[in-house]
Structure formats: structure tokens, C-alpha cells
Design a protein around this ligand. Structure first.
Ligand SMILES: C[S@@+](CC[C@H](N)C(=O)[O-])C[C@H]1O[C@@H](n2cnc3c(N)ncnc32)[C@H](O)[C@@H]1O
Length: 214
């Protein structure tokens, strides 16, 4: 590895540590997010709001927010703008995830828990909740600076979200997928990234935060 790359890695580690200190309470929200992923979401949200300075702010869309773990990281990084979240809040999801969602759902309505998690951390005012399946919101979201896809993880569901929402991402914006795993080419996000996103030739740079090891 080159010295420049090595230094970038060290710098990123130091920067991530300070981000994680600031947004540390994300860890108390139930969900699925590694430390490096939490820091990356916050860092990229901060970057797009920096670029949108002097305008109404940046627009972020998250498809699949559960109880708000990743939403909080995005909203913490965003200085000016909106975070739109799409989720049915019904713990149904694709077949493979249903048992996990049922076990982790808890007693309270998911949407209430989501709102309370965001309110108690001071970011609810930046968030617009679009309750329902992503199919219901095609053509109804603004142009995006950042799109984070973490909803239906089946190949069809993930492809649907990529095909219908990525055209809303501005040139120079970010397209993020959760649960890419190079060892599991059959899972939705891996399948979509490898068979649809990369061959589309529309990305300038690809970065893998976790799960990229073969
Ligand atoms: C893995 S969870 C999201 C986790 C969350 N991003 C986090 O970091 O904690 C997936 C979410 O996607 C939602 N979901 C499933 N199918 C969806 C669809 N078609 N449209 C929008 N959301 C969907 C589920 O309700 C669930 O809350």
C-alpha cells in the first residue's frame, strides 16, 4: 500500500473517532450498523451539506430506517437540508428478514419509537417521514444529494429501489448501499451493486466500508 493511502487511512481513523464521540448515542438505538458505517454516514452527510452551502441545503433520502440508528447518523452530519425516510414501520419486510424484525420489534409502534429516538437526540426537526413502501413514493421525492438504500433486501426489492430512486441523485451526489457482502453475491445489495450499479458506468468512484473482503 502506498504511503499516501496509508496516511489517508490513519487520518480517516482519527476523524472517525471524533465523529463517533459526537454521535455516540447512536449505539443505544436498536438496528444494524458498524462503527465505521455510522461514521461514514455522518461524514458523507456533512460533506453534502458543505457542498450545498448557500442554497436551501442538501437532500438526503434513506430507504429503510427501522428505529432510526442510521437516520440519526445522517441527520447529525447534515447542517442545512432535509433527511427523507421511507419505511412502512410494519416490521414485515422481505421473507429472509421477517423473523429478525419480529424478534427485534418490541412492543411499541415502530414509528413512535423512531420519532422518540430522533426527538431525544435533537434531530427530528430535520426529518420528513414518508410512511409506506418505497413503491408508493416513486416520483415524489426531490433531487437528492445522497441516497442510502437499506430497505427491501431481496434482489427484486433492492433493484427496484436502485432503478427508481437513483435517477433522482444529482451528478456528483452519493449512492450508498447497506449490506453489500462480496462473499454473498446472491443477497440483494451485492447482486444489485455487481450486476446493475457497476455495469451502469455511472459512478465515478466506488468505496467499500465493510463487507468488501473476498
Ligand atoms: C435493515 S432495516 C433498516 C435498518 C436501518 N437503516 C438501521 O441502520 O438501523 C430495513 C428496513 O427496511 C424497511 N423496508 C422493507 N421493505 C421496504 C420497502 N419496500 N420500502 C421501504 N422500506 C422497506 C423495513 O421496514 C425495515 O425497517
Amino acid at each position: 500500500m502506498s504511503l499516501v493511502r496509508e496516511m489517508r487511512k490513519v487520518y480517516r481513523k482519527i476523524a472517525d473517532r471524533s465523529i463517533l464521540q459526537r454521535i455516540g448515542s447512536y449505539e443505544q438505538i436498536d438496528g444494524w450498523l458498524e462503527k465505521s458505517e455510522a461514521a461514514a454516514l455522518c461524514r458523507l452527510a456533512s460533506r453534502v451539506s458543505g457542498r450545498a452551502a448557500g442554497t436551501a441545503g442538501a437532500n438526503i433520502l434513506e430507504i429503510g430506517c427501522w428505529k432510526g440508528k442510521s437516520t440519526y447518523c445522517l441527520a447529525s452530519g447534515l447542517r442545512e437540508g432535509r433527511v427523507y425516510v421511507i419505511d412502512p414501520f410494519d416490521a414485515a419486510g422481505e421473507v429472509e428478514s421477517r423473523d429478525i424484525y419480529a424478534k427485534q420489534k418490541g412492543q411499541r409502534p415502530l414509528v413512535e419509537e423512531f420519532k422518540e429516538n430522533m426527538q431525544s437526540r435533537g434531530v427530528l426537526g430535520k426529518i420528513d417521514i414518508l410512511q409506506g413502501y418505497s413503491q408508493a413514493f416513486v416520483g415524489k421525492v426531490p433531487e437528492l444529494d445522497l441516497l442510502f438504500i437499506d430497505g427491501d433486501h431481496s434482489q427484486e426489492g433492492c433493484a427496484f429501489d436502485f432503478e427508481n430512486f437513483s435517477p433522482r441523485v444529482k451528478v456528483g451526489g452519493y449512492l450508498l448501499f447497506h449490506d453489500f457482502d462480496a462473499k454473498r453475491p446472491e443477497v440483494g445489495p451485492t447482486f444489485v451493486v455487481q450486476n446493475k450499479v457497476l455495469p451502469s458506468g455511472k459512478l465515478r468512484t466506488t468505496v467499500c466500508i465493510t463487507g468488501c473482503e473476498k
